[in-house]
Design a protein around this ligand. Structure first.
Ligand SMILES: [Zn+2]
Ligand SMILES: [Zn+2]
Length: 140
């Protein structure tokens, strides 16, 4: 049987910024998964422990590269849950400062609505989506 380290490395592809992108199973929450001793484990935690040793109790692994499916131990840092939440919040704050949607429509008062989870959505994009649905319904 191959070692965990060999299995782990065989599922990794070198990505942008030196990230080790997980090419095997990725859970819906965005984290890679690997089976160790028959039990599913988070791939980035396994990678970290192989490279650096056990993760101190009570700490969570934070991705410095903000890519959850990256398992490069040098992109991982054990932090307290609180630090992790604060870092996540600052990412949300960055998103909130965006002035345009992904398609380049401006986020102004007239073109923006808030979804239930408080994320902003672009009305122009929503209209386009509705129109497309209308067309496909009519042609069906
Ligand atoms: Zn990374
Ligand atoms: Zn838009």
């Amino acid at each position: 049987m191959r070692s965990v380290a060999a299995r782990l490395l065989s599922k990794v592809r070198l990505g942008e910024g030196g990230c080790w992108e997980w090419t095997a199973h990725v859970k819906p929450n965005g984290y890679g998964q690997i089976k160790v001793g028959g039990r599913p484990q988070y791939a980035h935690r396994v990678a970290y422990e192989l490279a650096r040793g056990p993760i101190p109790e009570g700490l969570v692994i934070d991705h410095l590269c903000r890519r959850r499916h990256c398992v490069n131990p040098s992109h991982l840092e054990p932090v307290t849950q609180r630090t992790n939440v604060l870092r996540g919040a600052s990412a949300a704050a960055r998103r909130a400062r965006q002035t345009h949607c992904a398609r380049g429509h401006v986020f102004d008062a007239a073109n923006t609505y808030l979804a239930r989870n408080n994320t902003r959505h672009c009305r122009a994009c929503a209209r386009t989506r509705t129109r497309r649905r209308g067309v496909s319904c009519a042609s069906a």
